[in-house]
Design a protein around this ligand. Structure first.
Ligand SMILES: [Zn+2]
Length: 528
């Protein structure tokens, strides 16, 4: 805005301007003010008087030398030619003929070409103001002839101030908290804020109050977001999924929910860093303060990252529910490392995920039960629940020196084939500043040169850890006994041994051996 004002005050005028920005940030509004600035009877000025004939005609849309075109509904070249023919004639009553072309990226290629001719040799009395939400769709030849201004989304406090000003001007009594709710719901768009305010005024009796606005915004009631945070705080996986299920029954859109969740996390982060950042009339003041104290700043930052990342990939998920719950489970599975680098997979936090896995895994449990009943002899692990989380606790207790349990992490990332083989035969050396170093067991050194596997694993780690990961693999000189593959083999051996022991202690088998001289072929035994 300052650049525009300076250009006007110092009379350094360009013949074409491009205003970019998301919808509702005020591109066409500023374009019209600019048209007034150029044509105001009081002279070219950064502050048009607003009272002369030109200013008033522009305000009411009757100024003949201001030509507005909505490219979205006039994409054809003929419209453009017709429009530009008029550019050759001098302005009727103003200093300049001003063309405002909104959503200019919608123009056809031919229409752009027609416009380009005029842009290349513009008559001195013509000014173009182009506006777009999508500057990348504008040909470079056109872009290069425009002075470009990017209009930022308006921050909620600025919208709030303006809403209060408008209500003050109209002499409508209001509660500040009501305006704060509208300002936040408008998400950076002044136009949306004003139209919500109009609705709120229509809904209200004597004053625009918080309750009315809250009811009006009903769908945007964010209580469930607080429920999510509380479940995270309690590391309650079942609670998290209950919120998600409840959202399904209320048909709340999951991608919007992730965005709103990120916004809430941002507000909490702000309060943690700058307590004064919380507005006096903040409606959720106490709740927010409470949450800001219960979570660490690192936790909030991490959840924020995961929420943003989850929203990006929700389109790739099998369905939105899966994408949303996966994101929540990720928040549950991670906690920030105390060193400030990387993320820690902590067994304690994996437990709820594993517990939920058991609950989901009914068919397997049934199968197991049937198999047990069919053959009681082959039940070496009846005292151990299948998929049991204590297995990963055992493993991680040995290998979590770095704060990351490589075996458990590998169980969660999405890699197959050679990339998984590579990962399975490595131990983790370090994870510092985004560099994840692995040591490959020398027995599998052929995997060291497999670039594709290396790359796939690096991508999967980057996705899972929600940060750029540089993978470095070197041949191991030390202990290979704790690679995921070795750990898995140990575990299998242990189960085999348990199976054998349990068979050997079975009374029926003992009787058979004693009475019939039967032999047990241990190689033929397989644990369930
Ligand atoms: Zn004026």
């Amino acid at each position: 805005m300052r650049a525009l004002s300076n250009a006007l005050t110092q009379n350094r005028l360009h013949h074409a301007y491009l205003f970019t920005g998301t919808r509702g940030v005020g591109k066409t509004t500023i374009a019209r003010i600019f048209a007034k600035s150029l044509n105001c009877v009081m002279g070219i000025t950064a502050e048009p008087c607003g009272t002369c004939s030109v200013c008033m005609e522009i305000d009411t849309g009757r100024f003949v030398d201001l030509i507005e075109l909505d490219a979205a509904s006039n994409t054809q070249v003929d419209n453009m030619r017709e429009l530009l023919e008029g550019a050759l004639y001098l302005p009727t009553s103003g200093r300049f003929k001003v063309y405002i072309i909104d959503e200019v990226h919608m123009l056809s290629k031919a229409a752009f070409n027609a416009m380009l001719k005029t842009l290349e040799e513009p008559p001195a009395h013509v000014k173009f103001i182009l506006a777009t939400t999508d500057p990348q769709k504008i040909p470079v030849t056109v872009l290069s002839r425009c002075l470009q201004f990017n209009l930022k989304q308006l921050p909620a406090p600025m919208i709030l101030t303006h809403l209060q000003y408008v209500l003050g001007q109209e002499n409508i009594p209001f509660q500040s908290a009501a305006c704060a709710l509208i300002a936040r719901a408008a998400q950076g768009s002044m136009r949306d804020a004003l139209s919500l305010l109009d609705q709120a005024i229509a809904y209200s009796d004597s004053q625009v109050d918080e309750e009315t606005v809250r009811n009006m915004l009903g769908a945007i009631d964010q209580q469930y977001l607080y429920d999510l945070l509380r479940a995270l705080l309690a590391r309650d996986g079942v609670g998290l999924l209950a919120v998600a299920d409840n959202m399904t029954s209320r048909s709340l859109p999951f991608d919007v929910a992730l965005q709103d969740f990120a916004t809430l996390l941002h507000r909490i982060a702000l309060i943690q860093t700058i307590p004064a950042a919380m507005a006096e009339d903040e409606t959720e003041r106490e709740t927010l303060q409470d949450l800001a104290q219960r979570f660490s700043a690192e936790e909030i930052q991490l959840y924020y990252q995961i929420a943003i990342h989850g929203r990006n990939e929700i389109e790739l998920a099998p369905d939105e529910y899966a994408g949303f719950t996966m994101t929540l489970l990720r928040m549950l599975a991670f906690m920030p490392a105390t060193t400030g680098v990387g993320a820690v997979v902590s067994p304690a936090h994996l437990a709820p995920v594993a517990a939920h896995g058991v609950a989901l895994n009914k068919p397997q449990a049934q199968q197991l039960e049937q198999a047990k009943q069919a053959n009681r002899l082959l039940d070496p692990i009846k005292s151990q629940p299948i998929n049991s989380s204590n297995v990963s606790v055992d493993v991680s207790a040995e290998h979590s020196a770095l704060g990351i349990d490589w075996s458990a992490l590998l169980g969660q990332i999405n890699v197959q084939g050679m990339a998984r083989e590579l990962a399975r035969h490595c131990t983790m050396q370090s994870f510092v500043g985004g560099k994840l170093s692995l040591n490959l067991s020398p027995q599998h050194k052929h995997l060291l040169t497999n670039k594709a596997a290396h790359e796939k694993l690096q991508i999967a780690l980057t996705e899972y850890l929600v940060q750029p990961v540089r993978l470095q693999v070197a041949l191991s000189k030390g202990n290979d006994a704790i690679t995921p593959a070795a750990v898995e083999k140990n575990r299998q051996d242990m189960r085999q041994q348990q199976a054998v022991e349990s068979i050997m202690q079975d009374t029926f088998v003992l009787d058979a051996q004693a009475l019939l001289g039967a032999q047990v072929l241990t190689e033929s035994l397989k644990p369930l």
